[in-house]
Ligand binder design. Structure first.
Ligand code: TIU
Length: 220
């Protein structure tokens, strides 16, 4: 059994059952003119997660372990976007509206794409998800079962919204989850700090956290 030096204690894992899940590293959240900005956020706060996620992705690819990408997005006819989600927060541009990077959070639009530094390569699973959690209304659970995956390293944005929701969904489905501390960011630094603390509280009630360097060391 291999081990990541993690908090609240070391994370034991088997490389045969481990995958990386990179959550929603999309232009719509990371760049001006997208969904995140339309909600009034300073999108530059998410930038530090990109180089760390890039290193994690490279490490998993080099080790021959699965890399899975998710994208929060909706069908062009919005049939999978509840009106409650579309109107929530009174954004300047709502989901489906035309913005500078195309229609906001719509599958196939330029703004919905994963940032080029972290683009999926051929053969990697890409999950389009209409919710905040990556298991809701997607094939992620079946895809992980097909690969025999039982343990997840998570990265991506935003820490307390889509990343934490996905981590809680995975935890309830029996996965051991580790969140890479420096490969996730929030528009609210205090929410990121609180999320990391609440995940690993009570003896890893939701999961573990560790630095990207510690994860990469364990993969060698
Ligand atoms: N608004 C916000 O913080 N996040 C989202 O809407 N989606 C994700 O976290 N991906």
């Amino acid at each position: 059994m291999a081990m990541v030096r993690a908090r609240p204690f070391d994370f034991p894992f088997s490389p045969a059952t481990l995958a990386l899940v990179v959550i929603d590293m999309q232009r719509d959240f990371l760049e001006p003119g997208g969904f995140g900005a339309s909600l009034g956020n300073d999108v530059s706060l998410l930038a530090p997660a990109v180089p760390a996620a890039r290193r994690l992705i490279a490490g998993f690819r080099a080790a021959g372990l699965p890399v899975i990408h998710t994208m929060e997005c909706h069908r062009p006819d919005l049939s999978d976007c509840p009106e409650a989600k579309r109107s929530r927060g009174a954004p300047r541009l709502r989901i489906g509206d035309d913005g500078p990077m195309g229609r906001i959070l719509i599958a196939g639009e330029p703004g919905t794409a994963i940032v080029p530094e972290l683009a999926p390569i051929a053969g990697e699973m890409v999950i389009e998800k209409p919710g905040k959690g990556a298991f809701h209304a997607t094939g992620l659970g079946d895809g992980l079962a097909r690969l025999g995956i039982r343990q997840l390293v998570l990265a991506g944005v935003t820490t307390e919204v889509c990343v934490q929701t996905t981590m809680r969904e995975a935890n309830d489905r029996g996965f051991d989850c580790l969140l890479a501390e420096d490969a996730t960011e929030s528009y609210f630094p205090e929410f990121k700090a609180a999320t990391l603390a609440m995940i690993r509280a009570q003896g890893a009630i939701v999961g573990w956290t560790a630095r990207t360097d510690a994860v990469l060391e364990a993969l060698h």
